[in-house]
Design a binder for this molecule. Sequence first.
Ligand code: SF4
Length: 196
Amino acid sequence: KEFAEVSIKDIDQVAKSSFPLCMRHLFEKLIEDHHLKHGGRMQLGLFLKGVGLKLDDALAFWKAEFSQKVGAERFDKEYAYSIRHNYGREGKRTDYTPYSCQKIISSTPGVGDHHGCPYRHFSCVSGYDSEENLRAALSRMGVNSGAMENVMDKVRNRHYQLACTLTFESIHGSSFDAGINHPNQYFSDSQKFFKS
Ligand code: SF4
């Protein structure tokens, strides 16, 4: 797969224009709380690696947020390792790949977690978030009210990837025959759309 390269100065802008909802939610929570639990750090961290964020930029990005909460020293001690690990620079040196939609949809976030697929987990996990939150998040992304009902209809029928595809179509104003099966595919197709 071809992924465009993204540097740290572009992240805010591409998060708004081209992140799928699962990643946009994690990104916003990270900026808000200056922290994400393990599941969120893995899901967003590997996605960012997939969009072409280099290791040094990834370390700077996570440190800028986490150090506001836990301090720079604790970040270096407790969190930097797992980021280098995701990039295959520690431990067994496995080069981990970003999670697919299927893997994200079948994950089981608990209270206080922000990973998972919002189309599934915003409205289904008790004590997590409600359908209202999903509608609010979709309208912040720019989904219009007509498309919103179609998206919610797919969600109710548990067709989460189709709901995500309809969101893509509504935001980009173009049809998308392939269907979404990977957050990095959503990203690269969105970037292609804006750059063409
Ligand atoms: Fe993310 Fe895939 Fe869910 Fe879309 S369908 S929000 S890309 S996990």
